[in-house]
Design a protein around this ligand. Structure first.
Ligand SMILES: [Zn+2]
Length: 462
């Protein structure tokens, strides 16, 4: 044990699923170095010695990754430096290079001034209490010492090979891709060069300033360029990635946005054809149309908590070959490793679409028509948000409502369903509602407002 002085992280950076802060303000290279030592101490206590380190395309990422690797090395870890790429390339490295864990420097879809770390310990996501534990280890400063090493282990080629391996050839498609100048750009160029069909790439040059649009495909405005290009090219579909490539966005050939829970209807049908009766997992924000479709196809629909680390954990628990969130985190265990790789999801989607003449737009038209809101987010202080949900829950219990309380409250009524939950990552409450028609949706929104008011919160305009 060394007796280095403790180092206190800014408490705001230790979050539920990752470590994330504003570079130079709440997050520095010194933090990254200490994180390396703290992670190494935790890993060595668990018997591990070897990890991979990757980083995204942000301007601050190489420096933070270097400081992180130095911290790991100083605590006796063998570091495999896999280089710049999407977060799922780091996940892949943990399996392909048989490391005991992995760390990715990434700010995901957040503004250019932000950055952070996503971590695996063994083959599991490191999150929740373990992230707090890293903070305590850092504060105590009793890091394990040792003589580690940093080795170059560039992985991009092997990663792209692995993606291509599961491509199912079929009808050649015309696809527009939008990497949003995020970390997927280089891998995407190499990947599409090896696929049949016609591929137009938007913003595939990695640029941490995100000069074109923000790399977050859940925000409709960020898909405007993709929609215009799909229409302009007469393409079959468009695919977009978030900044670190663990979330997918898509638009059909008519330029209509398709959310994760809609794509999941197509992906689930394919997986269930090979795994009849299998459980398929989707988060609480998911359209009822997906759960109904899974059951119709003979699968077992399982509703899970929102949050990529929670989904990965639940997937193992239920033995689900496929899981997905409305946000575009989609996880394949069928033929893959059970984590969220948006490029891999794209490969599987194209493979499915190529098998027959049915376009993505036609598939979408066949889905049960639902009238729903997007994900509605509104501010609520961190110290109040869970108490608000508890009060809403108590009120619903008193009136005997049909509530699924796995993550907030998801209430089923004659009109459809509505959801109210506290975000684990931000000081916000999240709402969504879905009905068969507009009048029903309005009634559900009124219910959300009424329940919030009864819980002492002035409801936003829904
Ligand atoms: Zn991401």
């Amino acid at each position: 044990m060394s007796h280095a002085a403790g180092h206190v992280f800014n408490p705001t950076i230790l979050r539920e699923y990752d470590i994330r802060g504003i570079v130079g303000e709440t997050l520095t290279a010194a933090d990254a170095h200490v994180l390396g030592q703290a992670y190494a101490t935790m890993l060595r206590a668990a018997g591990g010695r070897k990890v991979c380190v990757g980083f995204d395309g942000r301007l601050s990422s190489p420096e933070l990754a270097r400081a992180l690797a130095d911290g790991l090395k100083r605590s006796g870890i063998e570091v495999l430096w896999i280089g710049r790429g999407p977060t799922p390339m780091m996940y892949f490295a943990v399996y392909h290079l048989a490391t005991d864990g992995g760390l990715q420097v990434t700010g995901s879809h957040n503004p250019p001034s932000h950055n952070g770390f996503k971590m695996m310990l063994g083959k599991k996501p490191l999150y929740g209490a373990q992230i707090q534990e890293l903070g305590q280890l850092a504060a105590e400063g009793g890091f394990t010492d040792g003589q580690g090493v940093i080795r170059e282990a560039p992985l991009l080629d092997a990663y792209v090979d692995r993606l291509v391996q599961d491509f199912r050839p079929g009808r050649p498609l015309s696809v527009v891709w939008d990497a949003g100048n995020g970390a997927t750009g280089e891998a995407l160029g190499a990947l599409t060069a090896r696929l049949p069909g016609r591929h137009k790439l938007l913003f595939a040059d990695i640029d941490g300033r995100f000069p074109n649009h923000h790399p977050d495909p859940t925000v409709a405005a960020n898909l405007a360029d993709l929609i215009a290009a799909v229409r302009g090219e007469g393409a079959d579909l468009g695919i977009a990635f978030d900044g670190d490539g663990d979330r997918i966005g898509a638009v059909d050939g008519r330029g209509r946005i398709m959310f994760g829970d809609q794509l999941m209807q197509i992906l689930a049908a394919d997986v269930l054809a090979r795994h009849p009766g299998a459980p398929i997992l989707a988060d609480v924000k998911t359209s009822q149309a997906l759960f109904d479709e899974i059951e119709r196809l003979g699968g077992r629909a399982v509703m899970g908590k929102t949050g990529h680390s929670l989904m990965k954990t639940a997937m193992v628990e239920f033995g689900a070959p496929l899981a997905g969130e409305m946000s575009g985190h989609i996880f394949y265990a069928d033929g893959f490793y059970g984590y969220d790789d948006a490029l891999y999801v794209a490969i599987r989607l194209l493979g499915i679409l190529g098998q027959d003449d049915l376009s993505l737009a036609e598939r979408r038209n066949r889905m049960a028509p639902m009238v729903n809101t997007p994900e509605l987010r509104f501010d609520c202080p961190d110290e109040q948000k869970f108490a608000v949900i508890d009060r809403v829950k108590a009120g619903l219990a008193a009136e005997g409502a049909a509530v699924n309380a796995i993550d907030g409250v998801r209430v089923t009524t004659a009109d459809g369903w509505w959801l109210l939950r506290a975000s684990n990552t931000q000081a916000v409450l999240v709402a969504r509602a879905e009905a068969r028609d507009q009048a029903g949706l309005e009634r559900l929104k009124q219910q959300i407002s009424a329940k919030l008011r009864a819980a002492g919160v002035e409801p936003p305009q829904l």
